[in-house]
Ligand binder design. Structure first.
Ligand SMILES: [Zn+2]
Length: 460
């Protein structure tokens, strides 16, 4: 650590001490010289959860610009406070990496969920470039898949920001509606994808299917932007925002470049909710060579959450040989590209991986070679099941979300409009299904229940 860097880190840790949590845990911490940094205690995800919502806050609550929470599906929700200053720093990093956002004709369709901080990071980017923002979070019923697709056909949307898998869903929604997305969403130049692993073959699949440049944006609710890919494709760590360490999951000592380790970060510019040696829980691997783009910051590959690695057949996280979520997704996309399939769903069982692959119109003639190659790549037993069109992904379900109206207590029956008689009826209108669709849903549910039972029975 250079003396200048150490000054930054020391000041950041001092700022963090203003929160109740770090005021307590770092009370006795020595901050005399760079060597003291490695002796500071780690902050775990559980710590952040336990400290939610106020303990990590280093300013009065009203001085934070935004408050967010995780969904809390796996326990207590994790609170995230963010400030306008750090958001502005992050926005300028994105503008530098994605020139498409500053272009004269730039228009962004922002599908990041609106309760996720990244949604507002995109808002800040556009505030700074002065370009047009269509704020349409994917979790909102206001803009379901079909409508998002309509925006891209009718408006000159040049950049789309969303979760990687939504690129698959939108394309399939297009197929259902008879829309060729590469031809009809012709203004789209780049997609900004984050929130899940995006290994090379998946990235290539999206770039080919949509004929766009794919930009990877990596971060989390607690940290927001951690890295973004440059025009040459290198995922650069935002070293201006964080001091980062990549640590062995067992010894918690630094790993050499090219080896997977836990990304651990210390906020350098965050003033609202600064984190010190926060163990993100994500496995990343630092490239041993500099990026050809010339940027000084190191590049990483994100391998997925350490808690989600697949340990099987003697392959373990401790030995650095576990199958990572990114490797699984990467191999599956390579596989479906090789056999000409459209979509897959992977089930991780005790005995191996069951890969459900949907084919159109039917299973390709020879795929045995690809299946062997897939199993070899993954290093765990794989069973591929070929399913008919619609069995892995019921595309019509994308259009079965309700239409939302304004909350209200008055219904005017005089015109041609809907004649509602309850508040909920006035608020939501579910699409009407014919008996054929209803029968199809019931049949599908029965088929899925049988398949699930059979699969579970084979994995005792
Ligand atoms: Zn680069």
């Amino acid at each position: 650590m250079t003396p200048e860097r150490w000054t930054l880190v020391r000041d950041a840790v001092e700022r963090a001490r203003k929160s109740r949590w770090y005021g307590r845990t770092l009370a006795a911490a020595r901050l005399e010289e760079p060597g003291d940094f490695a002796a500071l205690p780690f902050t775990s995800k559980q710590d952040v959860m336990a400290a939610s919502p106020f303990e990590l806050l280093a300013v009065p609550p009203a001085h934070a610009w935004h408050y967010h929470e995780s969904s809390g599906t796996t326990g207590k929700p994790v609170a995230t406070w963010c400030g306008l200053t750090e958001l502005a720093r992050m926005a300028s990093i994105i503008i530098d990496a994605v020139p498409e956002l500053g272009a004269d004709e730039a228009m962004l369709l922002n599908r990041f969920p609106s309760f996720a901080p990244v949604h507002f990071l995109m808002e800040e980017v556009l505030r700074r470039t002065g370009r047009c923002h269509i704020a349409a979070g994917s979790m909102s019923w206001d803009v379901p898949f079909g409508r998002a697709l309509e925006f891209m056909r009718q408006l000159p949307v040049s950049v789309l920001a969303t979760l990687p898998f939504e690129m698959v869903l939108l394309r399939e929604a297009g197929r259902e509606l008879g829309v060729d997305v590469t031809r009809e969403c012709r203004h789209l130049k780049a997609v900004l994808l984050g929130g899940a692993v995006l290994p090379p073959t998946f990235k290539k699949w999206i770039a080919d299917a949509w004929q766009v440049r794919v930009v990877e944006i990596y971060g989390s609710n607690e940290t927001m932007l951690l890295a973004i890919s440059c025009p040459q494709g290198g995922l650069h760590v935002a070293t201006d925002l964080f001091e980062h360490e990549i640590l062995d999951p067992v010894s918690m000592q630094p790993v050499p470049a090219g080896s997977p380790g836990l990304l651990t970060i210390t906020s350098l510019v965050h003033e609202v909710m600064p984190l010190v040696r926060y163990v993100t829980g994500d496995l990343v691997e630092r490239s041993p060579t500099p990026c050809p783009c010339g940027r000084k910051s190191p590049t990483i590959r994100v391998l997925g959450r350490a808690s989600e690695v697949i340990e099987m057949r003697g392959r373990t996280l401790a030995a650095g040989t576990a199958l990572t979520p990114a490797a699984l997704v990467d191999a599956c996309y390579e596989f479906i590209a090789a056999v000409g399939a459209r979509i897959f769903f992977a089930v991780i069982l005790k005995r191996g991986i069951e890969l459900l692959v949907e084919t159109t119109p039917e299973k390709p003639a020879t795929t045995a070679l690809e299946e062997v190659r897939l199993a070899e790549r993954l290093g765990v037993p794989v069973t591929v099941r070929w399913l008919p069109d619609g069995d892995v992904f019921d595309r019509a379900a994308l259009f079965r979300t309700p239409k939302i109206y304004k909350p209200g207590q008055v219904s005017d029956w005089r015109g041609d409009g809907r004649k509602t008689i309850t508040v909920m009826e006035a608020l939501l209108e579910w699409p009407k299904f014919g008996l054929g669709t209803l029968g199809g849903i019931v049949k599908r549910e029965i088929k899925n229940a049988r398949r699930r039972k059979k699969l579970a029975a084979t994995d005792r």
